[in-house]
Design a protein around this ligand. Structure first.
Ligand SMILES: Cc1ncc(COP(=O)(O)O)c(C=O)c1O
Length: 345
């Protein structure tokens, strides 16, 4: 019944082991305050639950346009940026044409390319997690019709060099996935709204609203108009549209202060973890860290026993014995530091 393509597909794995401290999915550790949740009851009361949602997410697009300093017609709102990845893979180039991705990177690019049978041209990363020159040139010589660049890159946490990104843009359509923009401030949005060879993805998932599944694809108006032909008519629910719009319109300062706290914790955690013998900590421009230990399986399991869930990414190329750890609340980070000190590394 299923195609060979689908039979060969490996499902995207998420960490779901129940733990008190969840540092595995790069979420914002701060939930909305109770008082804000009560305000949302008023927002929900206004929804007509018997009606389909606004297919154009008009109000939310206006609000996001202000946030991103673009016009509403530069934005397509998606059910998380995962949905945008799918539309881009379907829309750009022919399906038999290849997709350039650095590796290791966010696995959904590969999952969706494989689901569609698109060839993948991998670019290997060097020890600083930058693209290896030869590998990049080889991938470009295969003439991919699009490239996905997670910038900062998940799971390595670094920004890629502007030169490499310019080189890729000269040869193929480039999608810059800025899921972690808020933790680094580097953006290609200004280019994306005037140049048809680049688009940017953003998401509300990493800044406190992961449950809503709201992402945005940003590009020129012509690009957004064309790719919107693929959009499922009611892809973002009315509740998600209304809540995202309300929070971004009224509580963006709160979100910004949480981001600032996470950035400060990133610095503190880096310093504290660097002091622990047996751990190598990498710099990060995102809301997570990559660490290297002697035995990642053992450390990952020992942390679970202590109620702390992290992401063991040892299965990824060149990342043997590496663990990805999201930055949590101060007390969660303290628990992590104590736990790592107790585990014999
Ligand atoms: C680089 C990157 N892009 C996209 C996503 C998914 O974002 P969303 O929740 O908007 O689908 C993630 C989630 O981990 C990510 O790391």
């Amino acid at each position: 019944m299923f195609s060979r393509r689908i039979k060969l597909l490996k499902a995207y794995k998420t960490e779901t082991t129940p733990c008190t401290i969840k540092l595995s999915s790069n979420e914002n550790p701060f939930d909305l305050e109770e008082s804000i949740k009560l305000e949302l009851l008023e927002v929900l009361k206004k929804i007509e639950f018997n009606r389909y949602p606004d297919p154009h997410a008009t109000k939310l697009r206006q609000t996001l346009a202000k946030l991103y300093d673009v016009e509403p017609d530069n934005i397509m709102v998606c059910n998380g940026s995962d949905e945008a990845i799918q539309y881009l893979m379907l829309a750009i180039g022919e399906l038999e044409e290849g997709v350039l991705i650095p590796k290791p990177t966010f696995p959904m690019y590969e999952v969706i390319a494989n689901a569609l049978g698109r060839p993948i041209y991998e670019v290997t990363l060097d020890k600083h997690f930058q693209m290896e020159k030869e590998s990049l040139e080889k991938a470009i010589s295969l003439k991919p019709s699009l490239a996905f660049i997670s910038n900062p890159n998940n799971p390595t946490g670094n920004l890629f060099s502007d030169n490499d990104i310019s080189f890729i843009r000269k040869h193929t359509f480039c999608v810059i996935d800025e899921a972690y923009y808020d933790f680094c401030g580097k953006t290609y949005i200004k280019d994306a709204i005037k140049d048809d060879s680049i688009a940017v993805m953003r998401t509300l998932s990493k800044i406190g609203l992961a449950s809503l599944r709201v992402g945005a694809l940003i590009g020129t108006k012509e690009f957004i108009k064309e790719i919107s032909k693929l959009k499922m008519p009611f892809n973002v629910s009315a509740t998600s549209q209304a809540i995202a719009d309300y929070i971004v319109s009224n509580h963006v300062d709160k979100i910004k202060s949480q981001i600032q706290t996470i950035i400060e914790e990133r610095q503190r955690l880096k310093e504290e973890l660097s002091k622990i013998e047996g751990i190598k900590v990498y710099d990060s421009c995102a809301n997570f860290f990559l660490i290297k230990v002697k035995n990642a399986d053992f450390v990952h399991k020992s942390l679970i026993q202590k109620g702390i869930l992290t992401r063991n990414i040892s299965y990824l190329p060149n990342l043997e014995n590496h663990i990805r750890i999201s930055i949590g609340k101060k007390e969660e980070n303290d628990a992590l530091i104590s736990a790592l000190k107790e585990i014999s590394l």
